[in-house]
Ligand binder design. Structure first.
Ligand code: TRP
Length: 450
């Protein structure tokens, strides 16, 4: 039997916009609004932002196109997609390692993602009832000091993620994303305006866009690259899994540029909303994972109707997190369901339970395990983040680029790219063959030996 006929088990998404919406829903999430600003902050600002944007262009977009091509060509979940497309290209079935490493990365990422998303849930209520009497850094310290509190919200978030994935990703997220993502964009723009008027906008612009290379190290490159992969949902098969549902007549190259631009735009908007407030309130730009919570709450505390706009902001951020988390769970669940190992529902439940347990470590890393280092100099959450973002995702992405650039059958590629602009295809080919894999390899090399 031709395995490609398994397409029926997933079915294609209807409508041109559905893929763009789902992929944007996957890409835009905590990575943009929580991760990007705080990592830019701890890495000194402008130089990190510049390297990050270069990574999006030179590594991210070429790999996104590659993931979609593989996913759509096979119509299967990432492990089988890699295996089948490799088979059809007369290459080794060993390429499926990309799918396996992706499932592992998805598990590691979702375990801490869910804890942070849980904090967003918590902040919906904090922002609604905030009287402004307690300063927001103290408020954040209080939130993370309680293991029970973090674990309860983490549990709620994992349950919601599991429920949506077990219902089948394509039922439901389309509509959710179509209305709520633009609303999130709108509220981000509103916050940027607020920051321009009430914060130290000049200092923020300088911080974000005036690169100071004096403190750039090999680690800055590794972190910026990891952030680019994370933010675009690349290197683990999320986009590949969604590509499997993409209609054949949709243009891969244009779509990838659209998704990547929207994603970067939201990250930059988040930076422009957060840093003016950080500087105006004399908060520390390098204070770490609490940055978005502390800065936004400070703003909502000051703002008229902050008790309405604040909760709305955290509701939308939580939904953005959900539309991302489902794409982290989807590759593993789709694989188990496709192989008839478990039903989709069971697979979602069991995987989520496992991820939930792992997430307890990240919840505790904020309090009881604060002094426990899983890896040298990194607590539990930082270790998960490091392993996934800075190792597994770039590694998976590099293999995907090498596979598509050097091994995948050219006719299959042309089929998928259709009549895209030939010049654009040539440029893309050059980037997947050389620039993307070599950049990842170089950044790895420098981080290890540099
Ligand atoms: N991109 C999402 C964010 O920025 C998170 C995410 C979803 C992700 N799917 C992924 C990260 C796959 C890495 C790989 O919040």
């Amino acid at each position: 039997m031709d395995k490609l006929s398994k397409l029926k088990s997933h079915g294609a998404w209807v409508g041109r916009w559905t893929f763009i919406l789902a992929a944007t829903g996957s890409a835009v999430g905590l990575g943009n609004i929580w991760g990007f600003p705080y990592k830019a902050g701890t890495n000194g600002g402008g130089a990190f932002v510049l390297i990050y944007l270069l990574c999006i262009l030179a590594i991210g977009i070429p790999i996104m196109i590659s993931e979609i091509i593989i996913g759509r060509r096979s119509g299967n979940s990432p492990i089988n997609a890699m295996r089948l497309v490799a088979r059809d290209s007369n290459s080794s079935s060993g390429w499926q390692i990309v799918g396996w490493s992706g499932i592992l990365a998805g598990i590691l990422i979702l375990s801490f993602y869910s804890v942070i998303a849980g904090i967003c849930f918590n902040y919906i209520f904090i922002a609604a009832s905030s009287t402004g009497s307690i300063s927001s850094p103290d408020q954040f310290a209080e939130v993370i000091s309680s293991p029970i509190n973090l674990i309860l919200w983490h549990t709620l978030f994992m349950i919601l993620t599991a429920l949506i994935v077990s219902a089948g990703v394509k039922n439901g997220i389309g509509r959710m994303v179509k209305i709520l993502m633009p609303l999130l964009g709108f509220i981000m723009i509103f916050m940027v305006f607020y920051s321009v008027l009430n914060g130290d906008f000049n200092k923020a612009m300088k911080f974000l866009f005036e690169p100071d290379f004096s403190n750039v190290t090999s680690d800055t490159f590794l972190q910026a690259m990891g952030q680019a992969f994370f933010s675009l949902s690349l290197g683990m098969g999320s986009i590949m899994a969604y590509g499997a549902y993409m209609p054949k007549d949709q243009k891969v190259v244009n779509t990838s540029f659209t998704v990547a631009s929207l994603d970067s735009l939201v990250a930059i908007l988040a930076g422009l909303a957060i840093f003016p407030i950080i500087f105006a309130f004399n908060l520390e730009p390098n204070s770490g994972p609490g940055l978005v919570f502390v800065s936004m709450l400070s703003a909502f505390n000051q703002m008229e109707f902050g008790f309405v706009i604040g909760p709305l902001f955290f509701i939308l951020l939580s939904i953005a997190a959900l539309s991302s988390s489902i794409s982290l769970l989807e590759p593993g669940v789709a694989f188990l369901a496709e192989e008839d190992i478990l039903s989709r529902k069971r697979a979602a439940e069991i995987l989520s339970f496992f991820i939930w347990i792992l997430g307890l470590g990240s919840a505790l890393s904020f309090n009881l395990w604060a002094d426990f280092n899983l890896m040298p100099g990194r607590n539990f959450l930082d270790s998960m983040d490091f392993l996934a973002n800075q190792i597994l995702l770039p590694f998976g992405g590099m293999l995907i680029a090498i596979f598509v650039g050097w091994f995948m059958n050219k006719n299959l590629i042309s089929d998928e790219l259709g009549n895209a602009n030939p010049l654009l295809i040539r440029i893309w080919r050059f980037f997947v063959k050389f620039i993307a894999p070599l950049s990842v390899a170089l950044i790895f090399y420098n981080a290890i030996f540099g």
